[in-house]
Write a protein that binds this ligand. Structure first.
Ligand code: SAH
Length: 344
């Protein structure tokens, strides 16, 4: 997992360099270069030529290639399709918010969670991404767009907690002062509800925002749209959320995709209120985005507003997520893995 230099911490890099007879100070230097998004070792101008040659032979950089770049005419959202070193492709989205440029990264090639409304899971999981492949999505989005990235959401293709160790490593790397130095408070991690992963994450006491894709107030409804609910039913999930809050003191953000006639009734909102009692939470309502293969439809505007009003009146802050990049299929649930040989 850690053979790629960019998947190593500064300390590990120093150990690696030591085995090559290099002084410790080179580690920070090289780490900083790597995390600037260089495409070749030749760019490391303050590193001796002989070392650059050695590194490029032993540790090829393997930067991702832009296969396709689309920009939304409506809101300036940019979607990248990257080809990874092994020919697999993943998508990354750059969104421009008033508080800063936010990159939405993928954590796996495909996904095995099988949510009925999500394009990312069609075709299942191919493989997990390595830490450097997640770092590269941030770096090369910044380099290619020329826009400084200040925020990250782990909400692209894949289930972050299904790739736990690599994702934890990614967070450590991207947070490192020698690299991108992105504050944990500017990072959100979204999960479909893998309870053991939530508990492991709680132990780390990170300052990031945990988003939980709840999407339904009862097992009856959740079972029909999220297979993960069979393994971790709503009560078990909500208990894990409570433990998470107790451990970290961080309010949980719930995602709730509003699906016409499935989970958007006033009754559903009322049940939700009851079940969230005493748990500091924020509800993110997302009108369902279109996925060609799915028959599910978004809730009407009235249904969304009614749902939001019931939650708010019951004391749970609820916002309706603004849809960005809808014209380029860059919205929640619309990202897909692709293979270059299929002509994307
Ligand atoms: N696997 C993680 C990360 C994906 S984040 C998770 O499930 O949380 C993407 C968010 O978009 C999740 O909340 C997901 O459930 C939601 N989503 C998926 N398909 C969607 C769609 N068609 N419309 C709106 N939201 C969708």
């Amino acid at each position: 997992m850690k053979e790629h230099l960019k998947s190593m911490t500064v300390r590990e890099l120093a150990e690696q360099l030591k085995t090559l007879g290099q002084p410790a100070f080179r580690a920070k230097q090289i780490y900083t270069w790597l995390h600037k998004g260089i495409r070749s070792y030749g760019e490391m101008t303050n590193v001796p030529q002989a070392l650059r040659d050695l590194l490029s032979e032993k540790f090829p950089l393997l930067p991702p290639q832009v296969v396709r770049k689309q920009e939304s005419a409506k809101d300036g959202t940019i979607k990248y399709l990257w080809e990874l070193a092994d020919g697999n492709c993943v998508e990354t989205v750059l969104m421009r918010y008033h508080y800063g440029n936010t990159v939405c990264i993928s954590t796996e090639v495909g996904c095995r969670m099988g949510c009925a409304f999500c394009a990312s899971t069609l075709g299942g999981l191919v493989r997990k991404l390595e830490p450097y492949e997640m770092v590269d999505q941030v770096l090369f989005t910044q380099v290619d767009s020329g826009l400084p990235i200040s925020h990250i959401v782990l909400m692209g293709i894949g289930e972050p907690l299904d790739n736990f160790d690599n994702v934890m490593r990614f967070l450590e790397l991207i947070n490192s002062p020698e690299g991108m130095n992105i504050s944990m408070r500017h990072i959100s991690l979204s999960t479909c509800g893998l309870v053991p992963g939530i508990d492991r994450l709680a132990e780390k006491k990170l300052q990031l925002t945990l988003s939980v894709s709840l999407h339904a107030p009862t097992d009856e409804i959740r079972d029909t749209i999220m297979p993960v609910n069979k393994a971790y039913p709503t009560e078990v999930l909500l208990q894990a959320c409570r433990r998470y809050y107790e451990k970290t003191g961080r309010r949980i953000s719930f995602e709730y995709a509003m699906i016409d006639g499935v989970n958007d009734t006033p009754e559903a909102a009322k049940i939700l209120l009851k079940r969230l009692k005493g748990l500091p939470a924020h509800m993110n309502l997302i009108p369902l985005n279109h996925v060609e293969e799915s028959p599910l439809k978004p809730s009407t505007r009235q249904a969304v507003q009614r749902f939001q009003a019931i939650l708010e009146e019951g004391g749970v802050p609820a916002t309706v997520r603004r849809t960005l990049g809808g014209d380029i299929d860059a919205s929640c649930g619309q990202l897909r893995r692709k293979y270059t040989q299929q002509g994307t």
